[in-house]
Design a binder for this molecule. Sequence first.
Ligand SMILES: Nc1ncnc2c1ncn2[C@@H]1O[C@H](COP(=O)(O)OP(=O)(O)OP(=O)(O)O)[C@@H](O)[C@H]1O
Length: 254
Amino acid sequence: MLDVINVTKTYRTGLLGGTPAIAVNNVSFSLKAGKTLGLIGMSGSGKSTLARLVLRLIPCDSGRIVFNGVEITNFNRRQMKKLRQEMQILFQNPESSLNPRMTIGKSLAEPYLFQAINDKDYIAGQIEGWLAFVGLGPEILNRQPHQLSGGQLQRVCIARALLLKPRFLVLDEPTSMLDVSVQAQVIEVLKNAQQEYGIAYLFISHDLDLIKACSEEIAVMHQGRIIEQQPAEALYKQPKEEYTKELLDTFLNF
Ligand SMILES: Nc1ncnc2c1ncn2[C@@H]1O[C@H](COP(=O)(O)OP(=O)(O)OP(=O)(O)O)[C@@H](O)[C@H]1O
């Protein structure tokens, strides 16, 4: 489904472009439909930048991104608009993903209107179905984001992403702001969605236990590079790189 090939990104900060800093350095990986690739690494190792590159939210300096057999590296705005439905991101703070002044119902209807779908009964039926899928009832539709719990809000964000029928979803610390009990419920919803719709996930997290439980393969980022990638069990049992060992020792069961 997704092939990322030798992708590099350099940020230039400061006056007149300043000193270039390589955030993502010659990174390659592949992801199959219905599978999860976990992405771990210390803060600043380049995980979020890599996710943004893959989603084409920022341009890469070099390298290629192939999605469903089509090279999208140089897709223009119009081409990307179509693709946005298929490639989405779930952020750690669901509140920041929703308009605070809009009701939940309006936020969920918005993606249909963007697609020029105007049939109100159809939209209402679809929204109700997706809400049920994520374990929420229609009573929340008239509420505003501040009237929902963190877990409910993240479910709304998942429903909003799912209703566009994505094939690839970046999960950027999707449960880090939630209580442990709620975390498990949100992960369950994501697992169900993956099973039912064959969605591929790139799962970024600092929670190494969670990422192990959710990913078939795990890639370790260090200073902008993927320094090792292995099936989840193997990586935790026999990390090849010293850096991975240190990372696991520091953060496992933290
Ligand atoms: N917009 C930007 N402009 C300049 N430098 C940036 C920008 N975004 C990120 N960086 C730098 O790029 C490097 C990688 O950052 P990135 O956010 O991708 O890391 P990360 O692994 O996702 O970190 P975290 O786990 O803290 O979210 C860091 O050195 C960061 O300071």
